[in-house]
Design a protein around this ligand. Structure first.
Ligand SMILES: [Zn+2]
Length: 210
């Protein structure tokens, strides 16, 4: 599949779907699409289940920011892997939905090196927000424009967004998506991530109950 979305030529950098294939998972069968945007060397992936294109019903969507330490290595410092599993399971159970896996967003966008430096500072008593400040880094450098563009490419505008993050909701709305419902992702806190989750709740406004 090699497809240029002509609409994007008018509104922003060209987004292309450069490959598609089936991806069976424990949560069901997905169609995986890889996207590239003209201004970005990082390839992005969307996992699509069921019929979602131009659906009359709002589509269940997760926009998941890459977390190598959590998603792949199952680190207990954060709740990323739990949120990834919960959202894929929810889409699988619903039989329709989209997970956009945003690569290049490690550590809320600061990268792997700085993320580990921030972890090291957290071992000295800083919280996740203070650690980023101490390193002179943004608290949250993530950008969701490409996710909005992928959804537009899939013909999706009305969504039920699985997130605890009000900033993500606001940004996707600003990019033209209609968020019909916010679906919370309730991963149980662990001894290792309780303080981190509390900071996300108190300082970043995440809608988590501990
Ligand atoms: Zn994480």
């Amino acid at each position: 599949v090699y497809y240029i979305n002509m609409h994007q030529l008018k509104t922003g950098p060209v987004l292309e779907c450069v490959a598609s294939a089936k991806l069976p998972t424990p949560h069901g069968a997905f169609q995986a699409h890889v996207y590239r945007r003209a201004d970005d060397p990082i390839e992005q992936m969307a996992l699509v289940a069921g019929e979602v294109t131009h659906s009359s019903e709002p589509v269940l969507v997760r926009v998941h920011s890459e977390c190598f330490t959590g998603d792949v290595l199952n680190s207990l410092r954060c709740d990323c892997r739990a949120q990834l599993d919960l959202s894929l399971r929810a889409i699988g159970e619903a039989g329709a939905g989209v997970l956009i896996y945003l690569r290049g967003q490690e550590g809320r966008g600061i990268g792997l090196v700085q993320k580990l430096r921030a972890y090291s500072l957290q071992e000295q008593g800083y919280d996740t927000v203070e650690a980023n400040r101490c390193l002179g880094l943004p608290i949250d450098a993530r950008e969701y424009g490409i996710a909005a563009q992928i959804l537009e490419h899939l013909g999706i505008r009305r969504i039920r967004l699985m997130t605890n993050n009000p900033v993500k909701t606001a940004e996707l709305t600003a990019h033209g998506l209609e968020i019909v419902e916010r679906v919370p992702l309730c991963a149980p806190a662990t001894a290792e991530n309780r303080a981190y989750l509390r900071t996300k709740m108190q300082k970043l406004g995440h809608l988590i109950s501990l």
